[in-house]
Each structure stands twice: as structure tokens, then as C-alpha cells.
Design a binder for this molecule. Structure first.
Ligand code: NDP
Length: 242
């Protein structure tokens, strides 16, 4: 008999890195809960792809910045389902040099990454503690480790997420719950649409962008049984950048 895998919740799973992570976790046998904010059609397409490949998926549409919406959906769900893997992936960038950065650009980015982490993770932790098992994986960025021009808001948010990762790992280690962060360098997704691609490529020692599938493979490993002794770590995947 095959063991029933716990459910995996991935935020920002309608496209890019989050969609690749959802596919990878589904292939590993986790029924996946696909959170997204706005793009219904894309999210439905990811769900269909997962089901076509023999996996299970459910859509969970809410804005991770919205405390009440997240709690209303996640609290009852965490009672109903064994959610054993949480991937905090939803994130946005609103780049500008600091003197020209306006408050909405600061607030939007920090709220999505940091408040989003709190609103999603906090309701799911106690059920994991009771089960004495869990994996929390936070998608940070190399920008939160080494900084980046034009990304004071984004770097601050991702560095904050890294701090949260390290502290929560210490709190939960005795309960057999691991908490880690992945810090990707530039990855080919919609997020790079308006970025100065040639300039970025020159700065990457490997002279190429990473792929969503490469990030997803690392997340898949961190979510697996084999990674049970890794916690409180920030693992960069950045083609040598940083
Ligand atoms: P994309 O812009 O391709 O996708 C972002 C995803 O997040 C979408 O699914 C979007 O949903 C969702 N999302 C955005 N805001 C919210 C919100 N408030 N609530 C719920 N969902 C939301 O991003 P990437 O795949 O490139 O990035 C994924 C993560 O990886 C982010 O945290 C990013 O910071 C990080 N990262 C990305 C890098 C890159 O170069 N691409 C490098 C380093 C880190 P919807 O489609 O509904 O809008």
C-alpha cells in the first residue's frame, strides 16, 4: 500500500516558479492546493495539467496580503486536511531607485512577501505541531542576501523573510518541522519582463537565467523525507551570483 502524502499549499501557483513547484510536488504524490490572486484561467490550466498527469489539485483564490481572507479560508482547511508542506512563493517586484520609490511600491512589495508569509503560515503551524511533522519553504531571493540596486523594497522584504525563516526554524525544530528559504537569482518568468536583461546576464557568472523547474527541483527536495535534517538554511540558486 502506498502511503498517503500530506497536502502541499503553494502560494502564487498560477504561473512561473509557483506553478513549477506545484507540478513538482504533485508528481511527488502530494495533493496540491494552488493559491493565486487574479489569473483564474492560468490557475485552472495548472490544475488541469496536474490532474491530467494523475495528480490532485484544488484552487484557493485569495490575496495573501488580506489577513481576513487568508484566515477565513485556511483555518477551516487546516482542520479538514493534513497540510504538511507550505511554500510561500507569492511575491512581486516594484523596482525603482530609492529616491524615486513611492510608498505604494514599498508597501505592496513588503506586504505581499512579509504579511503574506504571516497570513498563510500562522494558521497552518499549530496543526503541523500537533502532527509533529511539516515543511515550510520560503521563496526569498539572492537580492535579499546581497542586495540589488533599484530593489530596496524587494531586498528588505526578502531579507525579512530570511529572518523569519531562521527564527521559525528554531521554534519548530523540536517538533520535527523544518523551515528553509530558497534564494534564487534571476529566473526566466514574467517577473523579468521589464528587467534590463543584457545587463543582468553580464552579472551572472554562469551567463544564463535559471529556470522555474530548477527552483522547483530544489523545493521538491526540501519538501522530501530525505531533507529532514536541513532546517533554518538559506539555499541560493543563482548561477554563481553572490
Ligand atoms: P510571477 O510574477 O511569474 O508570478 C507571481 C505569482 O504570485 C502569480 O501566481 C501571482 O498570482 C502570485 N501573486 C502575486 N501577488 C499575490 C498575492 N498578493 N496573493 C496571492 N498570489 C499573488 O513571479 P515568479 O514566478 O517569477 O516569482 C515567484 C517567487 O519567486 C516570488 O516570490 C519572487 O519574488 C521570487 N523570485 C523570483 C525571481 C525571478 O527572477 N523570477 C528571482 C528570485 C526570487 P496571479 O497570477 O493571480 O497574479
Amino acid at each position: 500500500m502506498t502511503e498517503q502524502r500530506s497536502f502541499a499549499l503553494v502560494t502564487g501557483a498560477s504561473r512561473g516558479i509557483g506553478a513549477a513547484i506545484a507540478r513538482t510536488l504533485a508528481r511527488a504524490g502530494h495533493p496540491v492546493l494552488l493559491n493565486y490572486r487574479s489569473q483564474d484561467e492560468l490557475a485552472a490550466q495548472i490544475k488541469s495539467e496536474i490532474e491530467r498527469d494523475g495528480g490532485q489539485a484544488r484552487l484557493l483564490k485569495f490575496d495573501v496580503r488580506d489577513a481576513a481572507a487568508a484566515r477565513k479560508i485556511l483555518e477551516p482547511l487546516a482542520q479538514e486536511l493534513p497540510i504538511g508542506v507550505v511554500v510561500n512563493n507569492a511575491g512581486i517586484a516594484r523596482d525603482a531607485s530609492f529616491p524615486s520609490m513611492d510608498w505604494p511600491a514599498w508597501e505592496d512589495v513588503t506586504r505581499t512577501t512579509l504579511d503574506g508569509f504571516f497570513h498563510v503560515t500562522q494558521p497552518l503551524v499549530m496543526p503541523m505541531v500537533r502532527r509533529r511533522s511539516g515543511r515550510i519553504i520560503n521563496i526569498a531571493s539572492i537580492s535579499g542576501v546581497i542586495g540589488n540596486r533599484g530593489q530596496v523594497n524587494y531586498s528588505a522584504a526578502k531579507a525579512g523573510l530570511i529572518g523569519a525563516t531562521r527564527s521559525l526554524a528554531l521554534e519548530l525544530a523540536k517538533r520535527n518541522i523544518t523551515v528553509n528559504a530558497v534564494a534564487p537569482g534571476p529566473i526566466e518568468t514574467d517577473m523579468l519582463d521589464d528587467a534590463p536583461v543584457d545587463m543582468i546576464l553580464k552579472a551572472i557568472p554562469m551567463r544564463r537565467f535559471g529556470t522555474s523547474e530548477e527552483v522547483a527541483a530544489l523545493v521538491g527536495f526540501l519538501a522530501s523525507e530525505a531533507a529532514g535534517y536541513i532546517t533554518g538554511q538559506v539555499i541560493s540558486m543563482s548561477g554563481g551570483l553572490g
